[in-house]
Design a protein. Sequence first.
Length: 219
Amino acid sequence: ENDVVFYNAKFPDCAWIAEQGRGEKVPFSDADSPVTLAEIKLLGRHNLGNIGAVTKVITRMDVPLETAIGVFREFRGLPHRLQDLGVHHGIRWIDDAISTTPDSAAAALDALGDGVETMILGGQDRGVDFSLLGARLAGSSVRHAILFPGSGPRIRQAIEAAGAEVTFDDAVSMEEAVRLAKERTGRGKICLLSTASPSYGMFKNFEEKGDAFRRCIEA
């Protein structure tokens, strides 16, 4: 009962979990961020929610807000999380290998806007529901989906059920996926690796998957 739980007020499930504890409950949201998207180097509005969480925590730890704001403005993010690998073969490549859920893949699309033409999806199938991701692709600029084994077929079903105008290719290796992406993606467009599924099976972990993506692009 002397503990504190910080929870995202945007999600009812988080509020419900927080209410089970006896300690103090502290909600946070993107409105608690002391910086705007234009002030930071991270992609995506979801980062403001993360910054809002940190702000609430550091306030309780007596860290000066001015110190935190300086860090927020300079922080460049972690490898494999919406990491811009630059332009190669006329295509901009984004490594979001850490994305292992439909929600995180949808957030990547939200962050990048209408530039994404090709998306690499699929991996270990945990039986999650891909319908919302399919609907998000239907409302996006994505025109080509390259699918890994495992969850790939179910992701395709979700995209087709949403009525998205997307063509599909299957790939059994990162080399094949990147080769197909080079053929399918127009110059100046984005190829996004954001698989919405864990890496296990084809790769040891998401770091190995992201590193393989970079090597194949630069080959």
